[in-house]
Design a protein around this ligand. Structure first.
Ligand SMILES: Nc1ncnc2c1ncn2[C@@H]1O[C@H](COP(=O)(O)OP(=O)(O)OP(=O)(O)O)[C@@H](O)[C@H]1O
Ligand SMILES: [Mg+2]
Length: 329
């Protein structure tokens, strides 16, 4: 019972508009892939924590593996791009996703051949590649052209649909590879909700309503959808559904651990500090749950919170660069 309560946030799936759009487009793409003459490709782009992977996971759950008398049926499989992708590495990961015990052995060519054979045997209609931004090297900004070309040939020959998901910087890879880019449909964008945009604001409040519904059977808390709380929660999450989920998850864990049935503003404040303000670079961000926080949505305050979630990468880069230099010297 307690365990169910602890996972209540993870187990809540909010089918907000962008999420529903993504799902519909993935389904269409999957459906067309069956008789397609040309492969269809679709990018899912969005900042970190906007729900790209969650929408892919949800889609995968609708198209699970099964077994027939002729072996495994794997209509769709997903891999995450490793930090420095190579054809051998990526092909190996794909083979592994298809259940090949020898996924780690063989030459590039052999792996590619085996992959095509397995995809055909398993009736694969769609391949999903998450973290596609790793096709652009963070340090040197170089694009993995060879891997992108290989991918293009792979999907051309096997006629499967390709879905790539990642940060907006992925677009560089598609634009720089004419042939791969030419096969892509317009990207599905997963948004960071902007308070100044009425549609976004309503959408965010509807998301709060959905979480409120699932939490309300176990806890008492200040109504999330009230004008004031909605604004505080929007600020605290920077408009990112992932951060909202993280704050609520942390607040639920705290309540469960303390055997409490109430989640107060002070509890949300602690959860915000524990889950979002973990990076010292965010120390200039005001506390939206403090009693002296002004709930007037000024541009200044909104711009400030819109920075949440964007600083980790810069921070890592800054640390990594000097170390790399040393190695090369
Ligand atoms: N529609 C949704 N309903 C409920 N929770 C969601 C939804 N979308 C995302 N979340 C939650 O938000 C968090 C972040 O989502 P997810 O990992 O999909 O983001 P992402 O865009 O893939 O981020 P990254 O680029 O960092 O990989 C997860 O905990 C996820 O469960
Ligand atoms: Mg992800």
């Amino acid at each position: 019972m307690m365990n169910n309560v602890k996972t209540i946030v993870e187990n809540t799936l909010v089918p907000h508009t962008a999420f529903a759009n993504a799902t519909t487009q993935l389904e269409q793409c999957f459906l067309y892939a069956e008789n397609a003459i040309e492969p269809i490709c679709i990018p899912i782009l969005g900042e970190s924590r906007t729900g790209k992977s969650r929408s892919l996971e949800n889609f995968m759950m609708e198209h699970e593996k099964s077994r027939s008398e002729n072996g495994a049926i794997i209509p769709v499989f997903a891999v995450r791009t490793p930090a420095k992708p190579t054809v051998k590495g990526l092909a190996g990961m794909m083979l592994r996703a298809l259940g090949d015990p020898r996924f780690d052995s063989g030459t590039e060519q052999w792996k590619t051949h085996r992959l095509q054979q397995l995809m055909s045997e398993c009736g694969t209609r769609m391949v999903i590649i998450d973290e596609f931004q790793h096709f652009v090297d963070k340090g040197s900004a170089k694009i993995s052209y060879h891997v992108a070309d290989w991918l293009k040939i792979l999907i051309d020959e096997s006629k499967v649909a390709l879905v790539v998901a990642g940060l907006p910087s992925c677009i560089q890879v598609l634009e720089s590879n004419e042939q791969l880019g030419g096969r892509f449909l317009a990207p599905i964008m997963m948004p960071r909700f902007d308070w100044r945009n009425e549609e976004h604001r309503e959408e965010f409040i509807a998301i709060l309503d959905a979480f409120e519904n699932s939490l309300s059977s176990h806890f008492d808390f200040p109504q999330f959808t009230s004008d004031e709380m909605a604004f505080r929660l929007h600020c605290a999450s920077g408009g990112l559904i992932g951060y909202l989920a993280k704050i609520l998850r942390t607040a639920v864990w705290q309540a469960v651990d303390g055997a409490k049935k109430i989640i107060s503003i002070a509890d949300l404040q602690v959860a915000f500090h524990k889950s979002v303000l973990t990076n010292s670079l965010n120390s200039d961000i005001p506390d939206p749950f403090a009693s002296n926080f002004s709930v007037q949505p000024t541009s200044e305050i909104l711009d400030c919170f819109a920075k949440l979630g964007t600083r980790t990468e810069q921070a890592t880069n800054r640390r990594v660069t000097p170390r790399r230099k040393k190695v090369n010297e």
